[in-house]
Design a protein around this ligand. Structure first.
Ligand code: ATP
Ligand code: MG
Length: 353
């Protein structure tokens, strides 16, 4: 047998970053669009999962909406644990608890043309769902992708698994990283977005502008924590092309999904029969989650402990990156230069005559 060196066990894993806005509990779109791949990559990657409360402020800055954050933040972490995210492998952290990210966002803002942001369909859709017209769009909502770039780049993340609505934002983060590296110094790995097999699960309920995407803010969700009878009732509201989109999303064997969709389109599979098959497939996914959720929910203080631990870890990473960025841009040398002179002067002043 030829001699072969063992693969190093200490080689750093590539970093992955993704996350959710604490605007409500996670839904089936998250599970199929993002959560399943997060769980699958926990061992191969160093995962950072952001609970993006600052991103929530972009459409919900009111006091009473901020008062909803503690409950929504808990709900997200509970959902993450119930799908199988393991906090000993993944860093789950609270975005607003990492102030170095805002510093970084300000610096990155200088490198992103505002016209890029104005042309993004994803921001227009978020504004529409939130009932914000063009006139009232805040700088924060327009700049959402800049803060998202700061989240990604602070972790020096390479892989960003997201739904279809967020792919354009990862592209912006990549462009900024590239520009930064060219202008100043090679600080950032170039992040890459990864769309899942289900980039945009539609919502349940009546047709309307928000129907094409299941969204927490649109009230058209099947939540991961919904009881079985609620899930069944919601699935029974589906018809037409949205029903077929659910078939494609839930049956991951493409041949089976294709055959069912074709039968439905041809009128050989009734809505009612399709609903029953969807209910079975969804239950197979959600039933184990409900059991795990109940166990984590009963463990008092667990969620808070996980978030605090994760946020402290994220802070360390963020400050280290910010330091490199300030160094590369010349801001740290500027500050150090001032301190050097001031220190020398202070020393001179104390010199005995
Ligand atoms: P909100 O309505 O508050 O924006 P949301 O339901 O869009 O909530 P986010 O927290 O914005 O959820 O998104 C978290 C991640 O899940 C993102 O990567 C997003 O692209 C993905 N995602 C959200 N909705 C869907 C969906 N319906 N299908 C697939 N992926 C989705
Ligand atoms: Mg969203």
């Amino acid at each position: 047998m030829s001699e072969r060196s063992e693969p190093s066990t200490t080689a750093p894993k590539a970093r992955l970053l993704t996350g959710d806005r604490p605007t409500g509990p996670l839904h089936l779109g998250h599970l199929l669009g993002s959560l399943q791949s997060r769980v699958a990559m926990q061992d191969s990657h160093e995962c950072f999962l952001i609970v993006a409360d600052l991103h929530t402020l972009t459409t919900r800055p009111e006091r009473e909406r901020i008062a909803e954050l503690p409950r929504n933040v808990r709900a997200i972490v509970l959902d993450l644990l119930s799908v199988g995210i393991d906090p000993s492998k993944s860093t789950i952290y609270l975005q607003s608890g990492v102030p170095a990210v805002y510093d970084l966002a300000i610096l990155l803002q200088m490198l992103i043309p505002a016209s890029h942001l104005r042309s993004l369909a994803s921001i227009a859709q978020m504004a529409k769902i939130a009932g914000v017209d063009d006139e009232r769009m805040s700088l924060g909502l327009l700049g959402y992708p800049v803060l998202q770039a700061a989240d990604i780049l602070m972790a020096r993340a390479q892989l960003i698994p997201v739904g279809g609505d967020n792919l354009a934002h990862v592209e912006i983060a990549r462009e900024v990283a590239q520009l930064f590296n060219e202008m100043y110094a090679d600080v950032f790995p170039l992040p890459e977005g990864q769309a899942s097999r289900v980039p945009m699960l539609p919502g349940i309920g009546p047709d309307g502008p928000a129907a094409s995407k299941m969204s927490k803010s649109a009230g058209n969700t099947i939540n991961l924590g919904d009881p079985a009878e609620v899930v069944a009732q919601k699935l029974r509201t589906l018809s037409g092309s949205r029903l077929r989109a659910f078939i494609d999303a839930l049956f991951d064997d493409p041949a089976q999904a294709e055959a069912m969709s074709a039968e439905h389109r041809a009128g050989q599979l009734s809505d009612a029969a399709a609903h029953e098959q969807l209910i079975q497939a969804t239950e197979a996914l959600l039933a184990p989650l409900r059991e795990r959720r109940a166990a984590f929910e009963a463990d008092d203080g667990l969620i808070e402990e996980i978030l605090v631990d994760g946020t402290i870890r994220a802070r360390e990473v963020a400050y280290a990156t910010l330091q490199q960025v300030r160094e590369a841009m010349g801001l740290e040398p500027l500050w150090k230069g001032l301190i050097d002179v001031a220190e020398r002067r202070a020393l001179a002043r104390k010199k005995p005559y």
